[in-house]
Design a binder for this molecule. Sequence first.
Ligand code: SAM
Ligand code: SF4
Length: 340
Amino acid sequence: MTSCSTQQLPEALVDSFQRRVSYLRLSVTDRCDFRCVYCMAEDMIFAPKAEILSLEELFQVAQAFTELGVSKIRLTGGEPLIRSNVMSLVERLGRLPGLGQLAITTNGSQLQRLAPALKDAGVKRINISLDSLRPRKFRQLTRHGNLDQVIAGIDAAAAAGFQGVKINAVILKGRNEGEVVDLVNFAIEREVDIAFIEEMPLGLIDDHDRALTFCSSEEIRLALAPHFQLQPAGEPSGNSGPARYYTVTGRNTRVGFISPHSNNFCHLCNRVRVTVEGRLLLCLGNEHSVDLRAVLRSPDYTLDKLKWAIVDAMAIKPERHHFNNDEQPQVLRFMNATGG
Ligand code: SAM
Ligand code: SF4
């Protein structure tokens, strides 16, 4: 049932489990210049152009959420920085009243060119994916990526003066599990944070059997223990998101573990996602969604109607997700379509 337009819009988004939603991950494209083996199939079919939101529609979505009390937006994809004209959107978002934190997740391929412009436009935090420091391995895992280009991008981001730069690494058994110590040392050298992510069963992939490659956060933590003194940096919270962070004694680097399997922080969930097709996803691990594109493209569209659609969607945000890499994925969309 849609709420009546004569009612007053709330100032905050609260779901039926009394969780306040204050964080939006907004996907600006499902396309990518890489084809990471855990994220995409080799031959991906992307959404037709007519079905993806225009930059103006993406801006309307961001505005609606910030006017409903969302204070943090992370741009993601696909690879957000390959969307043409994406900087014009970033610049508008950077000026959006009420948006306390604009962030971006990227594979780093365009960062050497764009890091200073992103900083000037108001991006505060940047996450960069890096799964291997060995050029051939990096190419195998990303299928198309160039390691030198990504490292140059990370260095450009570290030099640009963002509030936070973090490396994200997905670790797969038998592929890059032997690199966790090197990856932490790489982050320490650059004084940036690093988070290890457990592989999630999103989308059907043909490169490997996720049940065999799964590497838990605990296994990684044990592999790091002889090399670094890791001190817990507090419990996960709405701010840290699902990551559990440790400080490295004597260093300016924090090491995080994102464990959607082994730790479940759904009770702290403060986020929702919007795909580039305008689907509002209420949970990463469930299919519950609302079609915001239909609202945006209806002949009598108003920003208030969009806001009501978002407010009403809070009623179907699920309590939690269930992931099990041994089973067929319950969620058939790939991570690039979800907005990582
Ligand atoms: N292209 C950008 C990038 O790679 O950072 C942004 C989008 S990507 C989908 C966002 C994050 O999701 C990346 O850190 C990537 O490693 C992670 N990711 C993709 N597929 C995943 C999966 N099946 N399980 C866990 N993490 C995944
Ligand atoms: Fe592209 Fe990011 Fe997915 Fe890799 S993880 S294929 S870089 S969207």
